[in-house]
Design a protein around this ligand. Sequence first.
Ligand code: ADE
Length: 258
Amino acid sequence: MNPASRRSLTAILSALPAEQHGLLEQLQGARKQTVAGRDFWLGDLHGQHVALGLSRIGKVSATLTAAVLIGHLGASRIVFTGVAGGLAPGVKVGDVVVAHDFIQHDLDASPLFPRYEVPLYGRSRFPCDPTLTALLTQAAGRALAGSNQVVSPLLAGAQVHCGLIASGDRFVSSANESKHLQAALQDAGHTALAVEMEGAAVAQVCADYGVAFAAMRTISDRADDTAHIDFPTFVAEVASRYAQRIMDELVRSLPEPA
Ligand code: ADE
C-alpha cells in the first residue's frame, strides 16, 4: 500500500446497500475493486477521493470490511452511516445519533476482566475522532434542517444527538431486553443513546490503525417489540435519504486532501 494514498482516501461505510445507492450514483469516475468477497467503489465525490463500502451486518463482518478499507485500500479516515435502535429516553425514531464513542454491550470476559472491557486494551469505550465527529454533527444538523419536511412530514422536529452508542451481535427487539441492556450498561457507568450491531468493531479497528473514525446512526426503531416492523420500511424510505444528504454535506465540508 502506498502511504501517500492512505492520507487522502476517505472511506464511507454504509450498513446496507440502500444507504449506499444514492452516493454511488454521484460518484465520479467510479471503479470497482473486490477484496475478500466485498465490492468497494472508488471515485471522486465533491473533490474528495472516496471509497464506498458495505459493512455487512454484525461485528465480525464490519471488522473485516474496516480492515480491508484501511489495510488494502489505504483509507485514512472512515465515516460510517447506518441505522440504530433508540435506547435513551428522548432518542426518537427519525432522530440522528452521532457517535461520541462506542462500547460492545455483549462483551463479557468477567471475572477475568471487568464487564464490557475489551481484554488487553484496558478499556471498554473506543472514542471517535473529535474533529471528524464535529464536522459530521454539523453536517447532520444542516441536512436535517433542510430535509425533514421533504423526507417525511412525520419527521419534523427530528434532533441530532451526540453520545455513546452500544454495539452487539443481536438485533434488540423487545422492550424487556432493551431495558435490561440499558440498566446493565448504566450500572457500569455507561449511558448509551442507541444500539446497533457494528460500530464498536469499526471503532476498535480504526483505533488499532490510528485512522480517524466518525459514525452517525439514524434511529429506525426504539429497540422494542415493534423494532422489526419499523425497520425495513424505515431504511428504504428515510434512513437512506438521510445518509445521502448528511454524507453530501459532510464531504463538501471536509478539508482538502493532504
Ligand atoms: N439497528 C437498528 N435497530 C436495531 C436494533 N433494534 N437492535 C440492533 N441493531 C439495530
